[in-house]
Design a protein around this ligand. Sequence first.
Ligand code: NDP
Length: 246
Amino acid sequence: TTKLDGKVALVTGGSRGIGAGIALRLARGGADVAVTYRDSADRAALVVKQVETLGRRALAIRADCADPAAVRDAVDRVATELGRLDILVNNAAVFLVGPVEQLSADEVERTLAVNIRAPFVAAQAAARHLGGGGRIITIGSNVGERAVFPGLSLYSMSKTALVGLTRGLARELGPRGITVNLVNPGPTDTDANPADGPNAAAIAGITALGRFATPAEIAGTVAHLAGAEAAYLTGAVVNVDGGFTS
Ligand code: NDP
């Protein structure tokens, strides 16, 4: 039902975790998929191989989201090398947490650069390539909605900023038939937040479903938003969080 045949997607931070799950799901829907990564070249190469196994074209680009020029170049490279760009998924983020007095200036800079500036710059670059039916989907966080533990001030701030980005872009790009949405995952089993980690049981306990999501469960909603069936859904914040914020 989410036919993405002929579409080209870019997923930032698509080498592992939720981003890799999204890349594979979009490819399964019929899209050609590019992913960016910073460190995990081997994992990115594996995602490329998996996408190609599904019969779609794939591209892995090393691009540190902290560097705005690298982000811009990556977006332009996808449009050049895969011929077009239809779907941008802003997924890459850093999760730097701690008591507010102890967060360093460097941690603040990195969080603002990767979690806020990079999605803005990527959207800005993508806007030059997207046509009617284009999609910008950004991955926020459940703790942008509810900062349930101490130590989340910086990270939660960075994720809440994406609400404003999403609403502003939706207004601006709507007349061109481009939709812009924010997906807030709940606790999802990845390297960043393993379902068997030390605080996992407490975190799962805050959800209504009592468990972590799999990356595929986040990717399913992203694929829906990317498809034609979601053409009237824009400027929205979609909580795919197992009831974490209910
Ligand atoms: P992971 O840490 O498991 O994976 C992060 C991905 O982002 C990797 O592919 C990594 O690539 C890439 N990445 C990190 N920093 C950069 C950078 N500077 N430049 C380019 N790529 C980068 O994270 P998750 O999959 O768990 O999280 C994905 C998204 O979901 C994030 O936006 C996160 O905030 C959000 N989220 C996650 C939740 C969870 O419980 N897991 C809950 C709520 C939101 P590489 O290794 O190559 O550097």
